[in-house]
Design a protein around this ligand. Structure first.
Ligand SMILES: N[C@@H](CCC(=O)N[C@@H](CS)C(=O)NCC(=O)O)C(=O)O
Length: 226
């Protein structure tokens, strides 16, 4: 299988599918396109009609959209643990993935994933605060409930952890303070070898994408907030 992704610094949707495959030890090749390449859209469109990344290619099959990729992988590798084995956990994991997939528009707009940047305090407003509180509630509830089964949201790593991983980087970049259980979960995800490897490549890219940079004009430190 081949996973088409974009810049590791910016592409939060790419991170979901990439992390899912890496953490579940499902073999795949990756192909990275850069948003700064003027031909990137044409390249994606030559593979996927939606023209967005990530795209999973498995022989003649082309699977786009992270939810669809997740379900394809779950179907192809039924023992890999894409979804939690426990039925109750599975129901909730699917619900919170759908909630993340369709929701949190303010965090997405105000705090775009930008791993190599440090922008504490930027983007914070009442809507972002409300969405952050919902994420903290999700992380805290399921970590507390499934702590006996392992360090992830439902014990073992599942699609739910992959879907919330880009939020971990957003909280770090924008300096969002978290209560202890949520902070410990953020640190657990951040410490995964796969996340470290994604981060190292993100920091090496040095691409600058103005559409994804509401608070900077160049790579490097910003002026402090007034
Ligand atoms: N719902 C899609 C969203 C994918 C998406 O928006 N990807 C972004 C990259 S992180 C993209 O390709 N943006 C380029 C564009 O919209 O032209 C998914 O789950 O895969």
């Amino acid at each position: 299988m081949k996973l088409l992704i974009a810049n590791k610094n910016y592409s939060s949707w790419s991170l979901r599918s990439w992390l899912l495959l890496r953490e579940l030890a499902i073999p795949f090749e990756e192909e990275k396109l850069s948003f700064t390449d003027p031909n990137w859209k044409t390249s994606v469109l030559s593979i996927s009609p939606a023209g967005r990344v990530p795209v999973l290619v498995d022989d003649s099959l082309v699977i786009w959209d992270t939810l669809s990729i997740t379900e394809y992988v779950a179907e192809k590798f039924p023992d890999a643990g894409v979804w939690p084995r426990n039925r109750e956990a599975r129901v909730v994991a699917r619900s919170i993935c759908a909630e993340m997939h369709a929701g949190f528009p303010n965090i997405r707009a105000q705090m775009p994933m930008n791993i190599e940047a440090q922008l504490p305090g930027r983007g914070w407003n009442a809507e972002v605060k409300a969405e952050t509180e919902r994420i903290i509630a999700i992380w805290t509830t399921y970590r507390n409930q499934w702590a006996h089964a392992g360090p992830m949201l439902f014990g073992a790593f599942s699609a739910a952890d992959a879907f919330y991983a880009p939020i971990v980087w957003r909280f770090i970049t924008y300096g969002v303070e978290l209560p202890p259980v949520a902070a410990a979960y953020r640190d657990t995800i951040c410490a995964l070898a796969s996340m470290k490897s994604w981060e190292a490549e993100a920091r090496d890219e040095h691409d600058f994408l103005s559409e994804d940079e509401p608070y900077r004009t160049h790579i490097g430190p910003t002026t402090p907030m007034s």
